[in-house]
Structure formats: C-alpha cells, structure tokens
Write a protein that binds this ligand. Structure first.
Ligand SMILES: Cc1cc2nc3c(=O)[nH]c(=O)nc-3n(C[C@H](O)[C@H](O)[C@H](O)COP(=O)(O)O)c2cc1C
Length: 279
C-alpha cells in the first residue's frame, strides 16, 4: 500500500470544541464531513486519547469552527499540538458559548456549526461521532483553510493523534538546510521561511533572529535539530534519520542532534562526536 496515495484525499481544518461542566476545551481536526442534508449531520473522528474526545463523549455536544486560511500557525500549535490537560486553550481567545453550552472559537474562523451527538462508531484509535447540526452561522467571506494549504503553503505537520498521520511525513529531506523542531516535528524550510512571523523565503536557519520561536509550538530555536544524514568518520557508517537506529532504541525520524549523547556507532562503536554531516 502506498500511504502517500492517501495524501490525495482533501480536507479542511477545524477547531472541534466541547465542554465538561465548567471546563472548555477544543482541538484541531481535519475530519469534519457533512454526511446528510436532511437533517444536516456531520461526522468527526477524534482520537480516544484526546481530552476533547472525553468532553464530546460525556457532554454529547460539540462545535466546529471552520478555520480561515489566515489562521496563525500559533493557533494550530495550541489546538493541534497541546492538550487541554496541560493548557487552557480558550484563555486568551475570542469565543462565545453556543446553544449547546460548548465554546465556539470566533477568531480566525469563517463559519461555525453546533451539533448534538446522535450516534458514534468505535474505529480503534478514534471514535467517529455523528452530530446533528442544530445551529450554523457564516462569519465572513475569507477563504477556508484546507489541509493541503496548511501542508504545502504554511509548511504545517500533523501529530500522531491525527487520523491522517503518516510516519514518513516526518521524514527528513536530504537538503541540509532544513531544521526540525524536536517538540512538535515542525520543519523549518528556508525555501518557505516563516511568513506569518515576518521571515521571508530564502532565510537560512542560522539567520533567524535568536528570539524566533517555532510557529507551531513556540519552542525556542535551541530545540531545533538539523535534518540530514551524518557519517561516522571512523568506519563510514551513515546515520539516516529516516531509519534511526531501532536496535539501539533510536526511533525512525530522530534527527541526529536528538540522538542520545551516549549513543554509539552501531558498526564501530565510535561516539557521536566522531560523526560529521554528510553533504
Ligand atoms: C493538522 C492537524 C489535523 C488534526 N486532525 C485531527 C483529527 O481529525 N482528529 C484527532 O483526533 N486529532 C487530530 N489532530 C490532533 C489533535 O488536534 C491534537 O492531538 C490535540 O492536541 C488534542 O488536544 P486535546 O487533548 O486538548 O483534545 C490534528 C492535528 C493537526 C495539527
């Protein structure tokens, strides 16, 4: 099976929100689909580990805010890479409480809907919730954000909890210029830059201001590691981040900088310091 064939499926990006008592939470999802018109029903697929899953399952309600193309990466970072178990995602955002009692994110959204869960389907890692739409409203005429735009233009990534996650997506490119955030997996690509934060395409990682932060998870520059292969100067073994060193517990997609300091060359036992970047 070619997992990249699945990349050809089109999606939008949404904030799914729900509540538990007085607590509010929400998460990014790309899996909102309208499945019937009369009555209007939508499905969402939520990972069972997500706090939002717990809230939707218990409250039986959710809202979906349809994100705008100009939604900042920091918003996607907060809702897509952090859990409401660790942060209060709605603390500083513009939202309102809808008819269901669940929050509706208003900023960076072009429209929203509110739904009551009418059935659910266990699909392993995720639950598909079917919601009957009880309210919906258009907010403006901005372009909705598509999954393709998020990946291709904004340079965004998807975490493991996303149903569309493909491990290879985090693989590194042979170009030595790209850097990966070890917190969220975002790859800084000089060809793309970080236009949301005033970094023009063509800006090398080393030229980024010292106070530049990961546009997704806000991690410091020091949390980034250089993508690419590293070669052992002693025996010629090449460490490839795509492969890692599973025998030594280094999983695939680990950039060389993030390999533990006491890791040794699997061929000749040389230390990490004996490796040099392969051009
Ligand atoms: C682009 C993108 C798409 C995502 N799509 C989904 C999705 O459809 N379903 C899902 O369960 N998680 C999805 N996620 C992951 C959740 O948003 C993420 O795990 C979130 O941190 C869960 O937060 P919570 O624990 O506060 O609910 C996606 C994340 C991103 C960045």
């Amino acid at each position: 099976m070619d997992p990249f064939a699945l990349y050809k499926i089109s999606y939008g990006l949404y904030i799914i929100s729900s509540l538990k008592g007085e607590l509010l939470n929400g998460q990014i999802a790309n899996t909102v689909t309208q499945v019937t018109a009369e009555p209007a029903q939508v499905t969402i697929a939520l990972n069972k580990l997500n706090l939002t899953h717990e809230f939707v399952k218990e409250s039986g309600v959710f809202t979906a805010s349809i994100l705008s193309q100009n939604a900042p990466m920091s918003l996607i970072g907060t809702f897509g890479f952090k859990s409401g178990r660790d942060v209060n995602k709605f603390e500083v955002l513009e939202y309102r409480i809808g008819e269901t009692g669940a929050p509706i994110l208003l900023e960076s959204s072009v429209a929203f809907l509110e739904a009551r869960v009418v059935s659910e389907l266990d699909v392993g890692t995720h639950t598909i919730f079917v919601g009957e739409v009880i309210n919906a409203q258009k907010l403006n005429d901005h372009e909705p954000l598509t999954y393709a735009y998020y990946h291709q233009i904004k340079g965004g990534k998807s975490p493991k909890n996303a149903p569309t996650y493909i491990k290879e997506e985090e693989s590194t490119e042979s170009s030595g210029e790209k850097y990966r955030c070890k917190i969220c997996g975002y790859i800084y690509d000089p060809a793309v830059g970080d236009p949301d934060n005033g970094i023009a395409p063509g800006t090398a990682f080393s030229e980024l201001p010292d106070d530049w932060k990961c546009p997704i998870c806000n991690a410091a520059k020091s949390e980034f590691g250089q993508c690419g292969k590293y070669k052992c100067k002693i025996c010629g073994y090449v460490y490839d981040p795509k492969v890692g060193d599973p025998d030594a517990g280094v999983t695939a997609v680990t950039v060389f900088n993030n390999v533990p300091d006491d890791w040794k060359c699997p061929i000749c036992n040389a230390t990490k310091t004996e490796f040099e970047k392969e051009e």
